[in-house]
Design a protein around this ligand. Structure first.
Ligand SMILES: *Cc1c(COP(=O)(O)O)cnc(C)c1O
Length: 388
C-alpha cells in the first residue's frame, strides 16, 4: 500500500514543490503531521486559516450552516451571502459585492468591471490596466497577464492583452505608462506578498490616488493576501487612508474555506449588470457563514493585537544574527536571511516550526490570534535557525 506522499506523487499533477510533510490535524496555531509530530504553524495555509486550525467558533458557524443547506446556486437568494455582503460594505464603505471562490477569480471580476467601466465612461479602446512589477494577481490567464513577473508568463504565451507594468514605488513610471496607453485602471497590492513581502510607500500610494483622479482611472486594490486583518487594518489599503474603486479579497476571508469577494465602490457599483458575470459556487452558504464569523471577530481589539505582535516580531528579528532585513506589515512578514531561505525553513521544520517562502525570503503569516507564548517559541526557533 502506498502512503500519502507516494499516492500524491503517483496521482496528483506535479505542479507543486511540496514540503516533505503530511499535515493531518491541529488546533489553533498547533498542527500535527501523520507521524504525530507537533509544530507551531506560522504559515496558516498561506494566510487562509485566519483564526488558526479547527477554531471552535468558526466550526460552529460552518457546521450550523452545513446542517441547513450546503449550496443553493445563485439562482436563489441566500442568507449567509447577503449577510456577508452587508458586513463587507458596512466595514469598508464599498457599495456592492460579487462573491467567487478564490483570489484569482476575485481579480478576474475586478478586471472585467474595470474594462466595462472604461468602455462605458471613456470609450471602447480604454482597456489597459497598469499593474506593478513583482506583483502577483493569480494563475488564470488574465490574472497571470496582470502579474508583473515574466517567469509566470513564459510557458503560456500568448498572454491576454491589456496589461502594462510599472515599477513599484516609482510614480513617474506610472505616469509614463498612463500617457503611453489607453488606460482604465491601476491595480496594486498594498504589500506585495508573493513578490517578497514589500509594502508600498505611502507617498507612492497617495501618488496613485492623484494620478487616478487626474487621468480618470479606477484604483483596484488586490487585497487577496493583505485583506481581512492581515496587515493590522481590516484591509491593507486602510493603512494608507485611501478609498479604492474596486477591492478584491479571498485567502483569509473564508477562514479556511474557498471564498473570494470583489467589492465595488460608488463609481462602479452598477457597472456589471444581470448576466454579465457569474459563478456556480460563488458565495457558497457554508463558506459565507464561516466568513461572517471571521469578519465579525476582526475588530479594533484584534487589529491592535496584530500590530503589537508585528512590532514584537520586528524588534526580535531586526539586527539578529544571520538576518539581513525584515519587511512587511502586520502579521505578513518577509525575512531576508544570510543562509538560503530553504535551509532556514528546513531547520525550523526540524525544530517544530512551520514557516514558508516568498521569493528568496522566509515568510511569516501566523494566525491573527496566535497566543504570545506560541509566537515567542516560534520566533526563538527561527532566530536560532538563522544563525550562521
Ligand atoms: C494568493 C494571491 C492571489 C491568488 O489567489 P488564489 O486564491 O490562489 O487564486 C491573488 N493575488 C494576491 C495578492 C495573492 O496573494
Amino acid at each position: 500500500m502506498m502512503n500519502t506522499k507516494e499516492l500524491d506523487q503517483n496521482y496528483v499533477a506535479h505542479t507543486y514543490g511540496r514540503f516533505p510533510l503530511t499535515l493531518v490535524s491541529g488546533k489553533g496555531s498547533h498542527v500535527f503531521d501523520d507521524e504525530g509530530k507537533e509544530y507551531v504553524d506560522l504559515g496558516t495555509g498561506i494566510a487562509v486559516n485566519t483564526f488558526g486550525i479547527a477554531d471552535d467558533e468558526w466550526i460552529a458557524a460552518v457546521t450550523a450552516q452545513l446542517g441547513k443547506i450546503q449550496h443553493t446556486s445563485n439562482l436563489y437568494y441566500s442568507e449567509p451571502c447577503a449577510n456577508l455582503a452587508q458586513m463587507l460594505c458596512e466595514r469598508t464603505g464599498m457599495k456592492k459585492v460579487f462573491f467567487s471562490n478564490s483570489g484569482a477569480e476575485a481579480n478576474e471580476c475586478a478586471i472585467k468591471a474595470a474594462r466595462k467601466w472604461g468602455e462605458k465612461t471613456k470609450g471602447a479602446e480604454y482597456t489597459t490596466i497598469i499593474t506593478l512589477k513583482d506583483s502577483f494577481h493569480g494563475r488564470t490567464l488574465a490574472t497571470l497577464a496582470a502579474t508583473g513577473q515574466d517567469v509566470f508568463h513564459k510557458d503560456f504565451l500568448p498572454m491576454p492583452e491589456g496589461f502594462v507594468y510599472a515599477e513599484a514605488n516609482n510614480i513617474d513610471d506610472v505616469i509614463r505608462l498612463v500617457d503611453a496607453n489607453k488606460c482604465c485602471a491601476i491595480m496594486f497590492e498594498s504589500v506585495q506578498g508573493e513578490g517578497g513581502v514589500l509594502p508600498l510607500k505611502k507617498e507612492f500610494v497617495k501618488g496613485l490616488v492623484k494620478v487616478a483622479e487626474e487621468k480618470n482611472l479606477l484604483l483596484i486594490a488586490d487585497e487577496v493576501q493583505t485583506g481581512n486583518g492581515r496587515t493590522g487594518q481590516l484591509y491593507g489599503y486602510m493603512n494608507f487612508d485611501i478609498t479604492p474603486d474596486l477591492v478584491s479579497t479571498a485567502k483569509g476571508l473564508g477562514g479556511g474555506l474557498p471564498l473570494g469577494a470583489t467589492m465595488f465602490g460608488e463609481k462602479v457599483q452598477d457597472v456589471l449588470g444581470a448576466g454579465m458575470h457569474g459563478s456556480t459556487f460563488g458565495g457558497n452558504p457554508v463558506a459565507c457563514a464561516g466568513a461572517v464569523n471571521v469578519l465579525s471577530r476582526i475588530g479594533e481589539k484584534l487589529l491592535f493585537e496584530v500590530r503589537e505582535k508585528s512590532a514584537y516580531i520586528f524588534t526580535a528579528l531586526e539586527g539578529a544574527e544571520g538576518i539581513k532585513s525584515v519587511s512587511g506589515m502586520g502579521l505578513m512578514i518577509g525575512i531576508e536571511t544570510e543562509k538560503d531561505a530553504s535551509e532556514v525553513i528546513t531547520a525550523c521544520r526540524e525544530k517544530g516550526v512551520l514557516v514558508i517562502k516568498a521569493k528568496s525570503k522566509v515568510r511569516l503569516l501566523p494566525a491573527l490570534n496566535i497566543p504570545m507564548k506560541d509566537l515567542e517559541f516560534a520566533i526563538n526557533v527561527l532566530k536560532e535557525c538563522c544563525k550562521i
